[in-house]
Design a protein around this ligand. Structure first.
Ligand code: PNW
Length: 446
């Protein structure tokens, strides 16, 4: 049993999967090497004004060349699990056809290096870097892209399947929908609500088709979706705020959770979208059965709560981090984990992202003092521990991120890593939080 209580030390299960996470475009660089094709983020980041300082992922943290050094860092931290993503345009430069062997070889070297160091690989198939050739053919607005994704997944499973114990299909479909197609500050930079929810459906379909591809390959690996979930709270006690928070929750959480785990889209969201919406017209017989193909685990990413006003806007309640969308509220971690278990049954859970950006600088003594990250992680881990004590089957926890990296539209200005990257030299420096996390892992708690 797990000791709890406000004063005692927090001890996690001895087999708890202490981890850290990254994604391909954010760390790899080497965008023109070994036959890699272009992705939507290569295109988008080159459009003037789209990213801060015009930053791109061309070099990033140069992980493609420095992966061996980064593997040693992971071993030094004592990581048990490392979550990374596979770059679709490295495997299929044009988004279809025979896999590019040199692309597969990179991930084989990385995965072998993890095994050699006793670290479990957790691989995401799609972390937003859609091959540009598929975007040119309407991208996720086209149902065919879901089938292209299943083909890509199938190639990756045949080449690497036996070496990866956990596969995650699509990272945060909601962020593609909201940032890519509603707000437009992520690739492909659209502002088209009617397209956005059709994209949501095709991303869900792509997930389900990839799950079926893994099952058809008779794999012993596990697979699941990776969702960023937001607890949605009414901003006041009025019935109007309660109703608005309920619908907001539909768009943020149930649209994805219900289709995956209950085999139906939430009625309130479908009614709100309307029968003439492209999404509702795009749902075909049998799609929900594909989307709800049984999964082995659910990956949850938690960053922030949302407080919803009576007129359906979001309001700030807690201090934000350097990311203006992030309010720091550790209890939200407990609320979202217990809610998923209560509403969707005891499916194994992993936290695949949690973290914040801090204003880190390399001190003259060569250290990086990110005290804010230690407080943040300590409080969120304590909330996760309470959820475990309340019966949530949480297996592992991955800090976003292992390394400072290309934070999409924010470029390199926001530093999310446990490890500082000095981009001028590509030197890695463990931040104070990395030293702290290493001792948490070694002691199984804090
Ligand atoms: C995630 N929100 O995106 C992504 O998976 C990472 O690639 C990214 O670097 C990280 O979080 C930090 O931003 C998110 O609005 C985007 O709540 C938006 C939100 C959450 C996560």
């Amino acid at each position: 049993s797990i000791p709890t209580g406000p004063t005692g030390p927090l001890r996690f299960p001895s087999d708890f999967g202490w981890g850290a996470a990254t994604s391909a475009y954010q760390i790899e660089g080497a965008t023109k090497e070994d036959g890699r094709g272009e992705s939507v983020w290569d295109t988008f980041s080159r459009v003037p004004g789209r990213t801060r300082n015009g930053d791109t992922g061309d070099v990033a943290a140069d992980h493609y060349h420095r992966y061996a050094e980064d593997l040693d860092l992971m071993r030094d931290l004592g990581l048990r699990s490392y979550r990374f993503s596979i770059s679709w345009p490295r495997i299929q430069p044009d988004g279809t056809g025979a896999p590019n062997q040199r692309g597969l070889d990179f991930y084989r070297r990385l995965i072998d290096g993890l095994h050699e160091r006793g670290i479990e690989p957790m691989a995401t198939l799609f972390h937003w870097d859609l091959p540009q050739a598929l975007q040119d053919a309407d991208g996720w607005e086209s149902r065919d892209t879901a089938h292209r994704f299943a083909d890509y997944a199938d190639s990756v499973f045949s080449a690497l399947g036996d070496r990866v114990s956990v596969w995650l299909t699509i990272n945060e479909p909601k962020t593609v929908v909201q940032n890519g197609y509603l707000i437009g500050h992520h690739a492909p930079g659209r502002q088209d609500p009617d397209a956005a929810y059709l994209v949501a459906h095709h991303l869900q379909l792509a997930h389900g088709l990839a799950v079926r591809a893994l099952r058809a390959a008779n794999s012993t690996s596990r697979i699941g979706p990776a969702l960023n979930l937001h607890p949605c709270y009414p901003a006041d006690d009025s019935p109007e705020a309660a109703a608005a928070a309920q619908l907001y929750d539909g768009y943020e959480n149930r649209l994805y959770l219900d289709s995956l785990l209950k085999g139906s889209y939430p009625q309130d969201v479908l009614a709100d979208l309307g029968s003439r919406s492209r999404m509702v017209r795009g749902i075909r017989d049998g799609d929900l059965a594909v989307i709800s193909s049984p999964v082995d685990l659910l990956a949850v990413q938690y960053y922030t709560p949302i407080y919803v006003t009576a007129d359906g806007r979001s309001e700030q309640r807690w201090p934000t981090s350097e990311a203006e969308w992030q309010q720091i509220y550790p209890d939200g971690m407990y609320d979202i984990l217990t809610r998923v278990t209560r509403d969707y049954g005891p499916i194994p859970l992993t936290v695949t992202e949690n973290g914040l950006p801090t204003p880190d600088t390399l001190g003259t003594d060569g250290t990086v003092d990110d005290a804010g990250r230690i407080t943040f992680l300590r409080d969120h881990l304590a909330a996760a521990h309470r959820a475990i004590a309340a019966g949530v089957p949480l297996e592992s926890f991955h800090v976003w991120s292992l390394l400072d990296n290309f934070e999409w539209a924010e470029g390199y200005d926001q530093r999310w890593g446990l490890v500082y990257v000095d981009y001028a030299t590509q030197r890695r420096v463990l931040k104070r939080s990395a030293h702290w996390y290493r001792s948490v892992i070694a002691e199984g708690g804090f």
